[in-house]
Every structure is written in structure tokens, then in C-alpha cells.
Write a protein that binds this ligand. Structure first.
Ligand SMILES: Nc1ncnc2c1ncn2[C@@H]1O[C@H](COP(=O)(O)OP(=O)(O)OP(=O)(O)O)[C@@H](O)[C@H]1O
Length: 491
């Protein structure tokens, strides 16, 4: 055995010596020729193609997006095959750990009946920089191997599928963030609102329509590319306070796994600052402007936009704002329109822009026209179906004898889901279901009574006004008669 090893060693040493001589003394052209034809010779007998995805490409410290997506994709695909994994905490509610294949593992994957092989590896390079400590650079990579007859399928649909799935899993696993702006700076906290479409109380048909719309939008990258439009969608949520506009935004973010950028428009100095904030938002996010009618004087602002005085006309020079107004937001309607659908709004990936308002009638039609705000959603007073969702959420209740009475009262009165929810909130443990329902009935009857009194007052006022008007009308008739008499020459 010892002899055999010694012989093998000397053969290897000879081969390396000959190779070193070739490297040293053979001209570059001959070496190149030799390399080229030896590769061709090998390819002839080796029908597989290999693609390497390095962890770092180009800029040394920028991690390759493709590598990262493949890592995530293989984390799920390899979970049934690989024996060694790397794990990382992702602090996600649904899944606490993200797994990825450890170095030097190999797994198979199948796509449209075609088998491919993925291997993970790493090269260890001695660091070039001087250091007192032994230093090494690790360069990780994934290698994909497949038969050359599947070249088209793998280069096109398969790799697209891997990257898309990888990115989607990554988005689902990440901690979502809630951003808000302090002037032109975004700061964020972890977004942990538990709202979902399941817990959102509203008409089920309308709700399903919104869920379908969001699903279609989030999968429509190719469609938006094909029709040449930026991949974004505007939602206008309107309705009285307490009908669930903010809750719906939270449900949307949880459903799509998007971040939320809650834009405080009044803290934005001007249009330039608004544009900067927009550029800094990431893809897969919802940009929200709540109570848009309170954030800026849209009608007044618009007038100002149109009537901007000519600088050359000294008489029309803008008056310097008073000291206390100089810090007020100078965002204009045209700035906001640019924000929604100007050139800058198309930078980055998919985004939802959501405006909420309690007074839709106050908004400038230009701001909410279709194309800008693609979907107008009215969140309204609590109907019976919405009540059933709340009863399920708050009291685990599917049906009850008192439901019919509540249905009748909800049809006759206007109560917001927030108020209904408040009455259904259990005050004891275990919950006194009937007590909660009766408390709701009482609140509904009170609201009904208040409404009746209010309407009666209104009716009384209207009839008093009609009497006064009639009296005035009588005078007018008298005056008209006098005038008529005058024209006839009697005065
Ligand atoms: N449709 C709903 N479904 C479930 N809960 C709701 C709904 N509407 C309101 N609520 C409850 O009422 C509270 C207030 O609702 P929310 O803040 O979403 O209303 P809003 O319409 O945004 O009000 P505002 O216009 O005052 O901002 C929420 O915390 C939620 O618990």
C-alpha cells in the first residue's frame, strides 16, 4: 500500500511538472488551442450543462439577488432531501426559522417532468490583504446541472420560476415594516397589526371582489409590462369614521405581505421633498395618505396652481407668508398628481397607493379619477353580514335567536362597525353572549330613537321655514302686483 501511494505521488508530481513546463514554455496560442479543443472533446462526451450562481458579483459587497432568491427557493425545495441545513431566525408569526441548504449539499429538483440538480459549494481563497490574523475569503455559490437537451426550458421558464418563487418566499418570510415620515425622512417600526380580510366586517361579495383585485394585481407584473403601464394601483377608501378604512389597509398589507408607508403629507415641505420620499419607498409596499381631504386644501391649492402669478408682473408678486405659515406644507395638487402617476411613480416594483377620506365629495375629481385611483371602495355602516363577521370574531357566534331582531334594527339605523364591535366586546370571562347581544340591541334602539327625534326636529324646522317663505312669497306677489299696476299707468 505504501509503495502504491509512493508511485501515485510520483506520477502526480510528474504530471504537474509537465503541466508547469507547458504553462511556462509553450506559447499562449498553443495553450489556448489545447484548452479549447480539450474542452470541446470533454463536452462531446459530457452532455450536461452547468450554471454557477456566485454569492457576490460585480461590486464585492453586494450580494447577488439571484443567489439570494435561489437560496430561499432551495430552502423549501431541499427540505425533504438535504441532510444538512443552515438556519436563521426570521421572527415571522407563522414560521420562526428560515432554512437553507448547507455547503456541499446536493439536491434534485423537477420541473415539467425534467430533472435538474443543484449543488451548493464554497471556494476558500486566501485573503490578499495584510493582517496579523490568518484571514480567508469564502466565496459561496450554487451550481445548477441539467441535460443539454433541456437548455431552452431551463434557461427560460425554469430559472424564471426559481427566481420568482424565491423572491415570493423571501417577501413572505421577512418582517414587515410600518414607515412614517418625519419631514423628508422615513423611519420605521415592525408592522404587527393582526387585521385580516377574514376578520374585516363588510359585505362578503364586496370583500371577495377586493381580495380578487389584490390577487390579480400582485401577480400581474407581466401584464403591466405588456401594456406598458407602471405596476401600481390606486385605491380610494371612503366612508364615515369607524367604518374600517385603516383596518382594511392593515388587512391588505397582511394579505399581500407588503410594507406600509404611512405618508404624513402635512409634514412634507414641498413637491421636491414629496418626490424624494416616493423614490425611497421600496417595491411591494402600500403608500397610504390618510384623511387626504384634511392633509391639504385641495380646492384652494388647485386654484393657486392655476393662478400662479407671473414673476415678471411686480403687481402680482407672491406675498411673503407670515412667519408662522412659512413652515406649512407647500405640496400642491399637481405635486400630488405627479406623486401618484408621474414618471417617478413608476420607479421600483409593485406599489399600491391608498387614499382615505371621510368626505369623498370634497376631493378634487382630478385626484380620484379612474386611472389614478383605480378602485373606489365605500366602507359604510354595519349591515347584517358585517355584523355576523363581528359576532363570529368577538363571540364565536354563528347564529342566535336575537339575530333576526338585530337584522331588523341594522336595516333601520346607521351604526358603524366600530360601534357594533364595541358593544360586542365581552365584558366578562367567559363571555356573556346574550348580554352582549342585548347591549347591542339597546344601543341600536337608542340610535334609532335619536334618529327619529333628529328627523322630527328637522321636519319641524323645514315646515317653519316653509311658512316663512310662503309669507315672504305673499309679499313678493303684492310687490309684483304693484309693479304690474304701475306699468299699466295706475301709479
Ligand atoms: N369593518 C370593520 N371590521 C372590523 N373591525 C372594524 C371595522 N370597522 C371598524 N372596526 C373596528 O373599529 C376600530 C376603528 O376602525 P378604523 O380605524 O379602521 O376606522 P376608520 O374608518 O379608519 O376610522 P377613521 O376615519 O376615524 O380613521 C378598529 O380598531 C376596528 O377594531
Amino acid at each position: 500500500m505504501g509503495d502504491l501511494l509512493a508511485q501515485l505521488g510520483s506520477v502526480l508530481a510528474s504530471v504537474m511538472f509537465v503541466w508547469a513546463i507547458i504553462q511556462q514554455y509553450f506559447p499562449y496560442n498553443i495553450r489556448n488551442f489545447f484548452d479549447k479543443y480539450s474542452q470541446r472533446f470533454l463536452t462531446f462526451f459530457y452532455p450536461y450543462i452547468q450554471i454557477t450562481f456566485n454569492e457576490f458579483t460585480g461590486e464585492r459587497f453586494k450580494r447577488s439577488e439571484a443567489y439570494s432568491a435561489i437560496e430561499t427557493y432551495l430552502g423549501t425545495t431541499s427540505s425533504m432531501q438535504a441532510k444538512r441545513f443552515k438556519a436563521d431566525i426570521i421572527k415571522n408569526n407563522t414560521q420562526p426559522l428560515a432554512l437553507s441548504m448547507d455547503d456541499h449539499e446536493e439536491v434534485a429538483d423537477e420541473f415539467n417532468g425534467v430533472k435538474v440538480y443543484w449543488a451548493s459549494g464554497k471556494n476558500i481563497l486566501k485573503s490578499q490583504s495584510f493582517s496579523f490574523y490568518p484571514n480567508t475569503d469564502e466565496k459561496r455559490y450554487y451550481k445548477l446541472t441539467f441535460h443539454k437537451r433541456h437548455r431552452e426550458l431551463i434557461f427560460g421558464p425554469y430559472l424564471n420560476h426559481v427566481l420568482k418563487e424565491g423572491r415570493e418566499i423571501k417577501v413572505k418570510n421577512r418582517l414587515r415594516k410600518l414607515y412614517t415620515n418625519n419631514g423628508s425622512q422615513w423611519s420605521h417600526v415592525v408592522f404587527e397589526h393582526p387585521a385580516s380580510f377574514q376578520t374585516l366586517a363588510m359585505d362578503p361579495v364586496k370583500k371577495q371582489e377586493i381580495v380578487d383585485d389584490l390577487t390579480t394585481f400582485s401577480n400581474a407584473e407581466e401584464f403591466y409590462n405588456r401594456i406598458g403601464r407602471a405596476w401600481k394601483r390606486g385605491y380610494l377608501l371612503y366612508g364615515p369614521p369607524g367604518t374600517g378604512k385603516s383596518t382594511m389597509i392593515a388587512a391588505m398589507a397582511n394579505f399581500l405581505c407588503y410594507d406600509i408607508y404611512d405618508l404624513e403629507l402635512t409634514a412634507v415641505k414641498d413637491n421636491t421633498e414629496l418626490r424624494r420620499l416616493l423614490i425611497e419607498t421600496s417595491s411591494k409596499s402600500i403608500i397610504v395618505i390618510e384623511d387626504i381631504d384634511c392633509s391639504m386644501d385641495l380646492t384652494g391649492q388647485r386654484k393657486k396652481d392655476k393662478e400662479e402669478p407671473e414673476e415678471s408682473d411686480p403687481a402680482k408678486k407672491p406675498v411673503k407668508p407670515p412667519e408662522n405659515e412659512s413652515k406649512a406644507s407647500k405640496v400642491t395638487l399637481s405635486g400630488l398628481l405627479n406623486f401618484v402617476d408621474g414618471l417617478w411613480s413608476a420607479c421600483g416594483g409593485d406599489r399600491l397607493i391608498v387614499f382615505t377620506t371621510n368626505h369623498v365629495e370634497k376631493l378634487d375629481p382630478a385626484l380620484i379619477r379612474r386611472g389614478r385611483m383605480d378602485k373606489h371602495i365605500e366602507l359604510s355602516y354595519c349591515g347584517f353580514e358585517a355584523f355576523r363577521v363581528l359576532a363570529r370574531n368577538y363571540l364565536y357566534l354563528e347564529t342566535h335567536d336575537l339575530f333576526e331582531k338585530i337584522r331588523g334594527l341594522l336595516e333601520e339605523t346607521q351604526m358603524t362597525p366600530a360601534d357594533v364591535a364595541e358593544n360586542l366586546m365581552p365584558k366578562t370571562s367567559p363571555a356573556d353572549v346574550e348580554g352582549c347581544l342585548r347591549s347591542l340591541i339597546e344601543a341600536l334602539e337608542n340610535t334609532k330613537e335619536e334618529k327619529r327625534i333628529e328627523e322630527e326636529e328637522k321636519r319641524k324646522k323645514e315646515s317653519a321655514a316653509a311658512v316663512t317663505a310662503a309669507a315672504e312669497e305673499k309679499d313678493e306677489i303684492k310687490v309684483a302686483k304693484l309693479v304690474e299696476n304701475g306699468s299699466n299707468g295706475s301709479i
